[in-house]
Design a protein around this ligand. Structure first.
Ligand code: ASP
Length: 358
């Protein structure tokens, strides 16, 4: 079995994502990740395992005894949250996930308060954190940094797991996990997620959550994907190339209402203008037809759901918020549970938790 210590960085970096997967596994023969870096690490059996573990954890956490029991699992471990890009939900839900399992945490949220301000490289900062902590949960504007650090740490005398909490415009694997968890739970008693249609709408070009979720959905049978966006922000080719290669049906359109009529889930996203190359560039694009309001809600079927990775601006009207089909609030809480499951599994606790007496 391949390990990250057995391959040169230059060779590893060049591999297609799926080929990198075995290098990142927790233990030989077990596909559970040690480092979680991108959505391509998760196949259907692994997703099913994480969903089952999340359900188990949230059930155990219902009682005081259960919560205290969960806290005992990792009270001897420490996690570092290194977020050098803005975050509310991803930061807080990872923090809460650590607290559920008893992990003590430290955090850096602003490079100006760390030695990076004195000219230290991100690589050196992360290497420093590994001296004091047992896991690094990191968000960075730099695509590929989490991967490089995973390789570095695996090849150091103190290997610790890296969890990618958002890398550039590229990937957001734990958001995709919580999105899948939300979809699975929403359709659990209605025949499941297989065979459904999921529509993505908004800035599909620069939304990393879209890339990661689109990939994870390919693990489900006959799930069609529809991409609704202004042409300047349509889904990039690297995403559709994977769908074409896997024989996943997809459609590209600019008609949100028509897409809503045939969809089971609508995944709205905001305009990612922090990536504009010139200030105000996105503001010139007409996005008025890519917002979900009362008229779009009327097009959605009774079992349909509305999702959003958040933060939202005006792409979902607040009049939708109280509709039982609005799933974006529950999505946040689901994120806490599946991130707890992922952290527990990363530390090898999957069986202990599943088989405990609760
Ligand atoms: N919170 C998500 C992210 O970090 C979505 C967004 O920011 O629009 O990518």
């Amino acid at each position: 079995m391949a390990r990250l210590t057995e391959i040169e960085w230059e060779k590893f970096e060049e591999l297609p994502l799926e080929a990198k997967r075995p290098y990142l596994e927790r233990s030989v023969g077990d596909s559970m990740p040690y480092h979680t870096l991108f959505a391509q690490q998760f196949d259907r059996p692994l997703l099913d395992r994480l969903v089952a573990l999340s359900n188990r954890i949230r059930f155990i956490a219902k009682s005081r005894e259960g919560s205290l029991f969960l806290k005992s699992f990792l009270s001897h471990k420490r996690a570092m949250l290194y977020f050098s890009q803005p975050s509310s939900r991803t930061f807080l839900s990872h923090l809460a996930a650590c607290q559920i399992l008893g992990l003590t945490t430290g955090s850096v949220r602003d490079a100006a308060t760390s030695s990076e301000f004195k000219g230290e490289s991100r690589e050196d900062s992360i290497r420093t954190f590994s001296s004091y902590f047992d896991m690094i949960i990191m968000r960075s504007p730099e695509q590929g940094l989490a991967e490089k650090m995973a390789w570095e740490l695996s090849n150091s005398d103190r290997p610790i797991p890296i969890l990618n909490a958002g890398s550039g415009k590229d990937q957001h694997p734990t958001q995709a996990l919580l999105d899948i968890y939300t979809l699975v739970r929403s359709f659990e008693t209605k025949g499941g997620l297989d065979g459904r249609t999921v529509t993505f709408c908004g800035d599909l070009l620069r939304g990393r959550t879209v890339r990661s979720l689109s990939y994870l959905l390919t693990n489900f049978k006959d799930v069609k994907q529809i991409f609704v966006a202004p042409k300047e922000l349509q889904v990039p080719e690297d995403v559709t190339a994977i769908l074409a290669e896997k024989g996943v049906p997809f459609e590209i359109t600019d008609d949100l209402r028509a897409a809503t009529r045939v969809s089971d889930a609508i995944y709205m996203t905001r305009i990612q203008d922090e990536w504009d190359s010139a200030k105000g560039e996105s503001a010139k694009i007409d996005t008025s037809r890519f917002k979900f309001g009362a008229e779009e809600l009327a097009c959605l079927g009774p079992d349909g759901i509305i999702m959003h990775p958040l933060p939202r601006r005006d792409e979902i009207a607040t009049c939708c918020d109280r509709d039982p089909r609005a799933m974006y609030w529950r999505q946040m809480r689901n994120g806490m549970w599946i991130r707890t499951a992922l952290i527990a599994a990363t530390f090898g606790l999957e069986k202990d938790i599943l088989n405990c007496g609760y």
